[in-house]
Ligand binder design. Structure first.
Ligand SMILES: Nc1ncnc2c1ncn2[C@@H]1O[C@H](COP(=O)(O)OP(=O)(O)OP(=O)(O)O)[C@@H](O)[C@H]1O
Length: 394
């Protein structure tokens, strides 16, 4: 993997304060999803503010694409095109009187012509589910909507790296899931994503790598399964273990022997228990089915009827387009985050679900379900609904 950002022995002290960062070194690789995790005052925001040159280290250096960051105004402008920063509090970022103008601010400043600005802004608004919000004043929006506006403003500049300080602070669970799903989607398109959070439950299943911070220093970094099993490090960072990891450890201590890495989702935990049980807890004939519906097909108009026809108790939306499509039809999905896993769990409990998604995702869902079946010994059926007929994809 190619290093995109290198932080080398960086220290920083605010006036009249102790070190906010002390001899911090970290390499971020292109395409990673990293969570900087620590309690209040650990130095997370200070570290993130260094990444696009908002703060300048007092000692040490920061490299972007193997070159030292230059703090000249013109170089910083270039850097900020490539490293987008979304502040913890969107009010610090939103400046224009309407959503459209706010999102257009970056592309206009980059000197793009009117048509190009419009294309970028519309794409960013569509991606964040904000089409229709163009004329609204941002200060009349909810906290989650404001976060999305701030995110759209950065998206419109198409950066390679997305830095997101506390992406879910002050958001309800549904909005938090929306934002995390969006970040995963961006990562799926090759963007590097770096977030800060004190929420171990959020970071554990989401991140490829965890960087644990306390009192301006990095205590440890590594895969989520390694970092979140180290109780001593977590305690010194004033954090607790994610609940799933706690349960897993508790079961291990009570003599259940599991193989492989610790589970990062309820589905993975159930799979481990079934392996320990030497086979599925439930018979295959009692399993539910997963139906897939293309959000762009005309059959979407009869979704409610299809839910009844296939006895589907749950509706999942995968991807922003699918979510917008359901929203436009006044339908609220049960799952918008970790959709495949949640539908697999439903199926294991005899429930049928329909996942609405776009064509490019259909193959991915089929592969994920097939992998699950071959790993677990289950045979959960996946069926693509094609208007009025069905085709198996699994
Ligand atoms: N503008 C500032 N002036 C003085 N001290 C500051 C300033 N900003 C942060 N600090 C101090 O620097 C240290 C690190 O703060 P920072 O905001 O980076 O932590 P954090 O991990 O992001 O915390 P939180 O989770 O509460 O946002 C803290 O001790 C804080 O009090």
């Amino acid at each position: 993997m190619k290093a995109i950002i290198e932080i080398k022995d960086v220290s920083y002290k605010y006036p009249n304060s102790s070190y906010a960062l002390e001899n911090v070194s970290l390499t971020v690789y292109s395409g990673e999803k990293i969570a900087i995790v620590g309690s209040n005052g650990a130095g997370k925001s200070t570290l993130l503010l260094m990444l696009n040159g908002i703060l300048r280290p007092q000692s040490g250096e920061i490299l972007f694409n193997s070159e030292n960051i230059s703090y000249k105004r013109s170089s910083l402008r270039e850097l900020r095109k490539k490293v987008g920063f979304v502040f913890q509090n969107p009010d610090n970022q939103i400046i224009a009187p309407t959503v459209y103008q706010d999102v257009a601010f970056g592309p206009v400043n980059l000197g793009y012509d009117k048509d190009r600005v419009k294309t970028y802004v519309n794409h960013a608004l569509g991606y964040t589910g904000l089409l229709g919000f163009e004329r609204r004043p941002p200060h009349h929006l909810s906290g989650g909507e404001k976060k999305k506006v701030a995110m759209a403003g950065i998206l419109a500049m198409e950066p390679d790296v997305f830095v997101f300080d506390e992406p879910t602070s002050a958001l309800d669970p549904a909005s938090s899931e929306d934002i995390m799903e969006l970040l995963s989607e961006l990562n799926g398109h090759g963007k590097t994503i770096i977030i800060s959070t004190h929420d171990v439950e959020l970071a554990y299943p989401w991140a490829d790598r965890i960087v644990l911070m306390n009192k301006g220093k990095i205590i440890s970094e590594g895969k989520p399964g390694e970092i979140f099993t180290n109780r001593a490090d977590l305690k010194s960072a004033s954090l607790s273990m994610p609940v799933l990891m706690d349960l897993y450890e508790c079961l291990c201590e009570r003599g259940l022997t599991f193989t492989g890495n610790p589970p990062r989702s309820v589905l993975e935990m159930v799979k481990k228990i079934e392996t320990f049980n030497q086979g599925p807890i439930q018979r295959d004939e009692d399993m539910g089915k997963i139906y897939i519906l293309n959000a762009e097909s005309p059959a979407i108009d009869s979704l409610q009827e299809l839910m009844k026809r296939y006895s589907a108790q749950s509706l999942g939306a995968m991807g922003t387009k699918a979510k917008i499509c359901l929203e436009n039809k006044n339908l609220s999905p049960d799952f918008t985050y970790g959709v495949i896993d949640k539908c697999l769990l439903k199926a294991m409990n005899s429930g049928n679900s329909i996942i609405v998604t776009v064509p490019v995702m259909i193959k991915r869902i089929g592969e994920r379900v097939q992998d699950f079946n071959s790993e677990s010994g289950h045979n959960i059926e996946i069926i693509e609904i094609q208007e009025n007929c069905q085709t198996k994809t699994g």
